[in-house]
Design a protein around this ligand. Structure first.
Ligand code: ADP
Ligand code: ASP
Ligand code: MG
Length: 411
């Protein structure tokens, strides 16, 4: 019997009615003759509410206790979903991440799955039960509960699909699939029937929230077929797989944007070997992830170094950088969070020249100033002022022909 892993995000289990609808959908899949493992996120915005609560009791909550707290959100939804499925007459059991055998490293708040011991899951499936697993969580070798970073239930689902050699991993969400850009921003963005793992990984890493980047990485490594689709209808969504039907004729597949980028500039950095190492190794040692990096040569023996990172790490990075500038003898460091990163992604860029020129041309037409540029084989990112982000995305959707003719409605 084939195994199907289904994941339902927070908006799909936001209230009792939603949970009952998900229960019906899960039972429907089981009754078609599949073994079903269902991963769920916390209800609606409950993870955000838990984070707010923590901030009310402590300015700087311990990361271990944060994971202890946040993991409870998913435990609420698994038990409620199991009750709703039970009420429909199907055998079912809910399991937390640890009970499902999900072992992680010890990096609280962004732990990585190291291993899945699937014996309990297999036993329950063999007994004919639907198994509901709490997303976003696991357990360390020392028995501490961890969480996998925001959006981590996607990764739980894909990792379980890999461990159980499932036929498919279905990610049910509040949009009909993966679009050429966020359909909430551009109402006539086009839905993609297929997308490659590489393109999806870039889009997700560059700000498209629809899948957690780590889940796509997992999918690619373990060749898990991922189907992103709506939990509110039965339309086909988007298949994430190795080769995309569109790969050959489409140069740019999508536009991503990230309003959480922060720009750091270090002024008057002495021009000698080892300074870049001092800056970026110190940041890396604190698990601060740096993104775009540009060094601007000035006259004499001084440079300015500019880079971007995520706003969540801004305060810590600033603290670290204030110490680093003293060590390397730089003049000053500033940070600016009034910026956004806008990126175009497409596997077809490798073989098509002039895509960057087309992108810059489009932005120039809108009089949008580009502050930083970074490229890889299949993406080009630019940093712009935050208030120009939406204009830039719309223009690029237009320029690369990524809009649908008719405007759809979104739940
Ligand atoms: P869930 O709660 O189901 O995990 P998320 O909010 O994490 O859902 O992800 C779904 C959201 O991702 C959509 O509501 C949409 O606004 C956003 N999104 C951003 N970029 C894209 C894209 N390119 N295609 C589809 N959705 C996108
Ligand atoms: N509940 C977690 C979050 O809000 C995990 C998830 O939804 O995937 O980030
Ligand atoms: Mg999500």
């Amino acid at each position: 019997m084939s195994i199907i892993v289904q994941k339902f995000g927070g908006s799909s289990v936001a209230d009792a009615e939603c949970i009952k609808r998900v229960a019906n959908r899960v039972v429907e899949t089981k009754r078609k003759g599949h073994q079903v493992v269902t991963v769920v996120s916390a209800m609606g915005d409950s993870t955000d509410h838990l984070i707010d609560l923590a901030k009310q009791v402590s300015k700087n909550p311990s990361v271990r206790e944060m994971d202890m707290l946040l993991s409870t959100g998913e435990q609420v939804s698994i038990s409620l979903l199991a009750m709703a499925i039970h009420a429909l007459g199907e055998p079912v059991i809910s399991l937390t991440g640890p009970q499902a055998g999900i072992k992680t490293d010890g990096v609280f708040s962004k732990a990585r799955i190291m291993d899945i011991t699937s014996s309990r899951l297999e036993k329950e499936l063999d007994e004919g039960k639907i198994v509901i697993v709490a997303g976003f969580q696991g357990i360390t070798i020392d028995n501490d509960i961890t969480t996998l970073g925001r959006g981590g239930s996607d990764t739980t689902a894909v990792a379980l699909a890999a461990a159980l050699k499932a036929e498919i991993c279905e990610i049910y969400t509040d949009v009909d699939g993966v679009y050429t850009t966020d359909p909430r921003l551009v109402k006539n963005a086009k839905k993609l029937n297929t997308i490659t793992y590489d393109e999806m990984l870039e889009l997700a890493s560059l700000g498209a929230q629809v899948l957690q980047p780590r889940s796509v990485e997992f999918g690619k490594i373990h060749k898990v077929k991922i189907h992103v689709r709506s939990s509110f209808n039965h339309e086909e969504g988007t298949i994430v797989q190795e080769v995309s039907d569109m790969e050959n004729d489409i140069v740019v597949s999508g536009v991503a944007f990230d309003k959480k980028s922060v720009r750091f500039t270090v002024y008057d950095v002495p021009d000698r070997p080892g300074v870049a190492k001092d800056i970026f190794k110190t940041l890396a040692d604190k698990s601060i992830n740096v993104d775009m990096i540009v060094q601007i040569s000035r006259e004499g023996s001084l440079n300015d170094i500019t880079f971007t990172l995520d706003r969540d790490q801004m305060e810590e990075a600033l603290r670290v950088m204030k110490e680093v500038i003293v060590k390397i003898g730089a003049k000053d460091v500033t940070c600016d969070d009034d910026v956004a990163k806008v990126s175009i992604v497409g596997a077809g860029m490798i073989t098509n020249f002039g895509v960057a020129a087309d992108m810059f041309d489009a932005l120039a037409e809108e009089k949008i100033n580009i502050e930083l540029i970074s490229t890889s084989e299949i993406k080009i990112s630019v940093l712009v002022r935050k208030d120009q982000c939406e204009k830039a995305v719309r223009k690029l959707i237009d320029k690369f022909d990524l809009a649908e003719d008719s405007i759809k409605s979104i739940e």
